[in-house]
Design a protein around this ligand. Structure first.
Ligand code: AMP
Length: 268
């Protein structure tokens, strides 16, 4: 059985994960749970988009076998008192900007794995660090689960699909494309032979600086450990971005040499 864990407000990215799960298992479960423990006090838990009816009708056409949409009390009993904490790979980037976030993620994924007993879990590479955190937890806690990372699904103009894109005004939606232009420029220069990490970061940062209200990070990191890349890119590297466009926090990433430039095939 394959599980696709989600927080609902489903879009075509989630449905691509479901299709991947269908290819890998004869029985597919989608969980829909806006997990309170992975949101900080200043995060958007209260206003996170919720649309269970809409989600169910999208899933009805997706070939999913069962939808598991528990309420918070079902996963967190009043006396719940256990948390799963992953170490180094959870510490930087999202871990630094959203304290406690990955502890909430690892804990809820462990609970879902324990309840559902999947042999496969399909997660998106859109949340690249989350994928590494779940892989680490699965290895260290001996969960008999194969974790599959599905490539980021993008809108036709390159913006990574996200439930949070619904927060963006039309102007902000246009501004958010700066992330795509930055990652695209860096991916092309990497392809042309550029290996200097700071130069690739500069290329990503340039357009984002113009459009974002603030930048949390634009970093080249080791694609397996998320350790900083000091100078030249040698091993696999990922460019990771987190910024605010208006009040909306967006993240994106690109694995150099692996992910195609996001605007490839576009006229832009
Ligand atoms: P979410 O409910 O949006 O937090 O995400 C549920 C799962 O869908 C996670 O594994 C995400 O990484 C994945 N996901 C979300 N957006 C995308 C996307 N644009 N492409 C691929 N996977 C995605």
């Amino acid at each position: 059985m394959a599980i696709v864990p989600t927080m609902g407000a489903l879009h075509a990215g989630h449905l691509a994960l479901v299709a991947e799960a269908k290819r890998r298992a004869s029985f597919v479960l989608v969980s829909i749970f806006v997990n309170p423990t992975q949101f900080g006090p200043n995060d958007d838990f209260a206003r996170y988009p919720r649309d269970l009816d809409g989600d169910l009708s999208k899933l009805a056409r997706s070939g999913v076998d069962i939808v598991f949409a528990p309420d918070a009390q079902a996963l967190y009993a009043p006396d719940d008192d256990t948390r799963v904490r992953v170490g180094a790979v959870a510490a930087p980037l999202e871990g630094a900007y959203r304290p406690g976030h990955f502890e909430g993620v690892a804990t809820v994924v462990a609970k879902l794995f324990a309840i559902v007993g999947p042999s496969t879990a399909v997660l998106g590479r859109k949340d690249y660090q989350q994928l590494l955190v779940v892989r680490r937890m699965v290895r260290d806690l001996f969960f008999p689960v194969e974790v599959v990372g599905h490539p980021t699904v993008r809108e036709p103009d390159g913006l990574a699909m996200s439930s949070r894109n619904a927060y963006l005004s039309p102007d902000e939606r246009t501004g958010a494309l700066a992330i795509v232009r930055g990652l695209d420029a860096a991916a092309r220069r990497f392809r042309a032979g550029e290996r200097r990490a700071r130069e690739l970061e500069r290329l990503v940062r340039g357009p984002i600086q113009e459009a974002a209200s603030s930048i949390d990070y634009v970093d080249a990191r080791d694609a397996d450990t998320l350790a900083p890349v000091s100078d030249e890119i040698g091993a696999r590297a990922v460019l990771v971005v987190a910024c605010h466009v208006g009040r909306t926090r967006l993240i994106d990433n690109l694995v150099l040499g692996e992910d195609a430039p996001p605007l490839e095939g576009e006229s832009a």
